[in-house]
Design a protein around this ligand. Structure first.
Ligand SMILES: *Cc1c(COP(=O)(O)O)cnc(C)c1O
Length: 347
């Protein structure tokens, strides 16, 4: 094509839908989320089942995975309140902190990250990114960090909460849970086949709880990635209850970007699997690494050792011991987290 006409084509207004999260509004978010691909997996690691993965790691290069869903209503509310700063907390490899810093840079919020412990001599790749995205940090003692969910936390750190919005660690608030619920509704709308189960990795349990109230008729399975006793089950119950009793948002009442109005009576069963944490949070023993490598080779999809590798490992083990129906059609959610791979050295 001659250069001249190439230029003409390029300058024509595009009718392509926006790719990635380029503007902060629910309509654009739903559009981007509705284009996330579903991929059928051919692999002998999951005998006897039909397995698909929804690639929410591809939702956006930086505001990725389930953290984007947990942020969206929080960001919209912050904009509506006229807040200029987002304050949040997390650890050195936190996916939530990374996504919040990226969202702040993208949509014009200042960001402040509260981090446990002293500033390390060598920052993690996650914190270096966050700093490049413009996030400021406050390093606080373990005792101070411990009270991060108590009222008065910011004041104790001499941070003025005026004109700022405080997002709890991991995006674990009602707006975050609503975002996960939105994901459930989008799955119902866009799934290529009817799935009999949806599987997801669980940390706080907010995502699995949101999914269970968003999906109309599909039971959800959560693979716990940490040794948490009964606390994830309890928190999941708490968030499901809150979502069922929360009043609908303006959007759900039929405003801009309405998906389906929530059917408040729907709430799918949640099955939590607590035997695949592989020793605890961010523990990645040899057998998990070997599994992750094998999966990535066979499926051609990268995983992160903290969340999605444990999800697929739990699913693999469950399929191998024959605990799944032969006719099971399973959707596993790729919830992102790939930036965290940089915290693990190759063996
Ligand atoms: C945070 C995270 C989860 C867990 O989500 P919760 O809502 O805390 O249960 C799962 N996968 C990835 C990649 C995450 O970053």
């Amino acid at each position: 094509m001659p250069l001249e006409s190439a230029r003409t084509v390029a300058s024509e207004p595009s009718s392509m839908p926006p790719r990635y999260l380029t503007s902060l509004n629910l309509q654009a978010f739903i559009q981007a989320a509705s284009e996330v691909p579903y991929q059928k997996i051919e692999s002998d690691l999951f005998p006897g089942i039909e397995l698909w993965i929804r690639r929410d790691d591809l939702l956006d290069p930086l505001i990725s995975g389930n953290k984007a869903y947990k942020l969206i209503y929080n960001l919209i509310a912050a904009r509506e309140q006229g807040a200029d700063t987002l304050i949040t907390c997390g650890g050195a490899w936190s996916n939530h902190l990374h996504a919040t810093a990226a969202a702040g840079a993208r949509f014009g919020f200042r960001t402040l990250g509260i981090i446990r412990g002293e500033r390390p001599r060598l920052s993690s790749a996650t914190l270096r990114d966050a700093e490049r995205f413009g996030m400021e940090f406050r390093f606080v003692s373990r005792e101070q960090y411990h009270s991060r969910n108590h009222p008065g936390f910011l004041e104790q750190l001499n941070i003025d909460p005026a004109e700022a919005v405080y997002l709890p660690e991991g995006g674990a608030n009602l707006a975050g849970a609503r975002g996960a619920q939105l994901l459930g509704k989008i799955i119902d709308k866009t799934c290529p086949i009817r799935f009999s189960q949806v599987w997801v990795a669980c940390g706080t349990g907010v995502t699995v709880a949101g999914l269970s109230t968003g999906l109309k008729a599909t039971p959800v399975y959560g693979v716990e990635v940490l040794k948490a006793g009964h606390s994830i089950a309890r928190d999941t119950e708490y968030w499901s209850e809150r979502l069922q009793h929360a009043s609908p948002t303006r959007e759900e009442m039929g405003g801009e970007g309405a998906v389906d109005p929530i059917c408040r009576t729907s709430r799918q069963e949640i099955h939590l699997k607590n035997q695949y944490h592989c020793g605890g949070y961010a523990k990645c023993p040899h057998h998990l690494r070997a599994f992750q490598r094998e999966f990535e080779c066979q499926a051609g999809i990268p995983l992160d050792p903290v969340y999605t590798a444990k999800l697929m490992y739990g699913l693999c083990e469950t399929a191998r011991v024959g605990q799944l129906d032969a006719s099971a059609r399973i959707l596993a959610l790729h919830s992102g987290g790939l930036q965290g791979r940089r915290g693990f050295r190759p063996e």
